[in-house]
Structures are given as C-alpha cells and as structure tokens.
Design a protein around this ligand. Structure first.
Ligand code: BES
Ligand code: MN
Ligand code: ZN
Length: 488
C-alpha cells in the first residue's frame, strides 16, 4: 500500500479524483467541508435525518452531482483529535469494505491536520486490512486500496508526509507483532522467533545474535534455564541491535517476555482459556515490531532488543515448587510457583542488559493476571521508580494512542518476596500481584534507569475477536523516537 499526501485541488474537495472520498467531520465543530457540492450534501443529509454530526455516525453517498469521486463517505468524529479521527476513519473503512476501492482519499473537514492525524490514518488502514491467514489460508483477505491519499492544503503537505511515513512504519511494526503473536505455539517456537530475528536483521540492517542453550548456560542464566527445563523445545536468547547513533551513545534497551507457551509448568493452569497462553510472547512480539518500525524510520538513536524465549511445560524434568535456582546476577530464587515464570526469564535478561550500559531499559511482559484485574484491557500497567522515565513513557503512550497507567512500587511491597531458603521467592501473596511481580524485577535493575510494562490485559483480545493487538508497539516506537530527539 502506498500512502501519499495530496494537495486539495483548486476546485476544492469535490474535485478530488478517487474511487472513494472519506470526509471526517468533527462533531464538536461547525467546520464546513469547504466545498459547495459536499457542504450541500452534508446539510441535505442532516436535514433529512440521514446523518448526524455525532461520534460514530457515517453516511455512504453514491454519485453525488458535482463530485468527481463516485463514492463519498461522511464520518463524524467525537472531536478534532487524532484519536477520534482514527476511529472515524475505521468506521468509514468498514462501510467501504468490498467496494473495490483502489484509490482512497481521506480529508478532514476544516483541514485541521497534524502529523498525528496522518499517523492515525496509516494505523486505521493497517487495522482494517489485517487478516490472520498463516494457518487459515481459507480466510479471505480484505481487498485494500493500493493508494491512500491524505488530502490537505499545500501548507500541510510536508507534515502529512512525515506523519504518514511514520504511521506506516509503526503500522508495519504492529502488523508484524500481531502476526508473530497470533501464530500457534507449535509454529511460533523459540527457534522460530530466533529465525525471525535473523530475517528482520537482514531486512533492516540490525545486528542479530541468537544464543542457544549452551551459550545461555555459559552466561549462567540459571533462572531462565529453570523455566525451560520441562520443555522439549530448545530455548533461545535473542539480541537485536539497531545502530542509529554513535558507538558511545548509550542505547535504549527493550526486553520482551518470550514465553511461546505458558502451561504454568508443575503449578499447572486450569484448562479453560489455556490456549490464550500462546500469546505469552506478546511482550517479545512488541519488541520485534518496534525494532521493525525503528529499522524503517531510522532515527538517530541506538536501540537494543532482547528476547529470552522458551516454553513453560510440566514434565519429569520440570522445575518443582520449592526448587532454588541461581540467577545470572548471583541472587538465588526459591521458585514457589512455577507459573510465575515470566519474571524468572526476565531477571536474567535484565542482568544481561547491563553490558550495554543502557540509557534506559524498558521490559514488556504479559506478566500477571493481577494486572488485568487492576486495569482491565485498556491501560497497560507502567511501573518505574524513575519519575522522569515514567513521564516520558506516559507522554509517548498519549502520542501513540496506546495508553498505560502508572502503578506504585513502594518498598513495602517488596517484603512479600522474602524466602527462608533463598535471597527471594518468585511470588508473594495474591494481593497486589502485579506490583510484587514488578518488585521482583526491580531487584535486577540497579545498574540503569528502568521501567516495566505489564501488558497482560492489552497485548491480545479473547472471545469472538480473539487475537493479538500488536500493543504496545506504538508506545515503544514513540518512546524511542522521543529519545532520538526527533519530532514524534
Ligand atoms: N502469563 C501469565 C500471566 C497472564 C495471565 C497473562 C492472564 C495474560 C492473562 C503469567 O506467567 C502467570 O501465570 N502469572 C501468574 C502469577 C502468579 C502465579 C503469581 C498469575 O498471574 O496468575
Ligand atoms: Mn505463568
Ligand atoms: Zn506467563
């Protein structure tokens, strides 16, 4: 798909030549569309009761006299924001489904574009076009327009182009993350993820290292290895490096939980919805997606993506509750619950991250059911002892329309992790489970500014629309871009 910025023709929006023209009209504004024929169509439809300037309302018009586009869709947005614009475009795209539109033009009444609107357009189009087909080739692909134009007056062309390019890169990253996470665990194995990392590296010029069990053992990652004990699938420790700045520039490090399937191990999970634990590599998928987006945008910043990948399975060789392991950091861990495995693979990855002398480390993990109870499926949980870093991530999440909510990390929560047999236990009591999980990770982050995103509630959807969301690729990409000092 090709996105472009298109200057409003001299004759106004009605003179735009496209197979379909989507006009988004903010509900709160009185802004006229700025074209005689279109304004007449809008006010006519409003008068006749066919269209209301109310969020979520759409109207499909065909063959309106005086308009060069045969199809026109009016779509009302809640306000003039990029977020409202994105959902208005999504509504319009749903209405155009199956109408063989090769060239789609999109305009905003009042022409109050920002780069964020352009980015939102690219993301809405990705969302509309994604269909999972890898193990279901019979699923019908959605025919998407070959060309999508954003109509703007001349002064907005440059920022529209920048926003579209950035949006397209993020959309590709989101799509990549969704595709990886949607693949079942018998396809998306640790080995598969390692191969995907190498492929990504070749395509986008990343330096990629994939460590096997032997190399992981040599590093002393006793905690990570204890999770993979019960599985026949060999583990992988994946490191992807993007170099956009000087050698001495401290990198941003992203660490993604890559449990390709989480049965719970010996502390086995109940059968209901266990299939959804194929999404337990959603954090890893978001690191892959972000590395892809960054590789395409090429900002002036160094980024390292780290993914510890393995399965969590029960077997005769599996780790048992009460087993004590030694992490790469030297700290010992009493594993009271083998289902709290995410923190066990992440702690060694965080210790490994020290070697990069990072400017900041952000880990992303479908870490706790408790976070889903606390925040539901809208906000990701954000944990950081560093106010400046937390603020940066919240700002990035707003720009990306990929929300997160800060949670506490007071030292009082740390007491739950006391163990009589090791430096710490891997679980506390049920209360505040998302926080004690974060407190566990914090014990491995003394060497750098650190934040943790618990994405258990937002990385995928259950139910009838079961599937990966690709979150938080948008948040992470915006965070990386802000670190590059680019206008994001
Ligand atoms: N992968 C799960 C967390 C999870 C739960 C993600 C539901 C998405 C939806 C994680 O490994 C886990 O099992 N956590 C346990 C921790 C507990 C044993 C302290 C949990 O949340 O129940
Ligand atoms: Mn688990
Ligand atoms: Zn898990």
């Amino acid at each position: 798909m090709n996105f472009q910025a298109l200057a409003t023709p001299a004759g106004g929006l009605g003179s735009v030549v496209a197979d379909a023209l989507v006009v988004v009209v903010p509900a709160d504004g009185q802004a006229a569309v700025g074209d005689q024929a279109l304004d007449a169509a809008v006010s006519g439809a409003v008068k006749s009761g066919d269209f209301e300037r109310k969020a979520g309302r759409t109207l499909y018009l065909h063959g309106v006299e005086g308009l060069k586009s045969a199809r026109v869709v009016l779509s009302a947005s809640k306000d003039g924001s990029a977020k409202a614009f994105r959902s208005a475009v999504s509504q319009a795209l749903a209405l155009l489904k199956g109408r063989s539109v090769k060239h789609l033009a999109v305009a905003l009444a009042g022409d109050a574009w920002t780069a964020a609107h352009a980015e939102a357009l690219a993301l809405a189009v990705e969302q509309a076009g994604y269909v999972y087909r890898h193990t279901k080739p019979s699923a019908e692909a959605v025919a998407m327009p070959a060309k999508v134009s954003l109509v703007t007056d001349k002064s907005g062309l440059a920022q529209a182009r920048q926003g579209l390019a950035q949006g397209q890169a993020i959309a590709s990253g989101v799509g990549f993350a969704r595709e990886l996470a949607n693949r079942p665990a018998n396809v998306c194995t640790p080995t598969f993820l390692g191969d995907e990392a190498k492929r990504l590296g070749k395509e986008f010029g990343l330096d990629v290292q994939v460590l096997d069990r032997k190399a992981i053992e040599k590093l002393g990652m006793g905690s990570f290895l204890s999770v993979t004990n019960g599985s026949e699938e060999p583990p992988r420790f994946i490191v992807m490096q993007y170099r956009g700045a000087g050698k001495k520039d401290a990198p941003v490090v992203l660490v993604g939980k890559g449990i390709t399937f989480d049965t719970g191990g010996i502390s086995i999970k109940p059968a209901a919805e266990m299939d959804e634990m194929k999404f337990d590599m959603g954090g890893a998928a978001s690191v892959f997606g972000t590395m892809r987006a960054v590789g395409e945008i090429k900002p002036k910043v160094n980024v390292v993506g780290i993914v510890p990948a393995c399965e969590n399975m029960p077997s005769g060789r599996a780790t048992k509750p009460g087993d004590v392991v030694t992490s790469m950091s030297g700290q010992t861990i009493e594993i009271l619950n083998t289902d709290a495995e995410g923190r066990l693979i992440l702690c060694d990855a965080l210790t490994y991250a020290e070697r990069f002398k990072p400017a900041a480390v952000v880990d992303i993990a479908t870490l706790t059911g408790a976070c889903v109870i606390a925040l539901g499926h809208h906000h990701a949980g954000l944990f950081s002892p560093d106010d400046a870093l937390a603020d940066e991530l919240i700002a990035a999440s707003r720009r990306a329309d990929d929300p997160c909510w800060r949670m506490p990390l007071d030292e009082e929560y740390d007491e739950a992790l006391k163990s009589n047999f090791a430096d710490m236990a891997n679980v506390g009591s049920r209360a505040g489970g998302a926080i004690t999980a974060a407190k566990f990770l914090q014990r491995y982050t003394k060497a750098f500014p650190w934040a943790h995103l618990d994405v258990a509630g937002v990385a995928y959807k259950g139910g009838a629309n079961k599937g990966s969301t690709g979150r938080p690729v948008g948040l992470l990409t915006h965070f990386v871009l802000s670190r590059a000092g680019r206008k994001a």
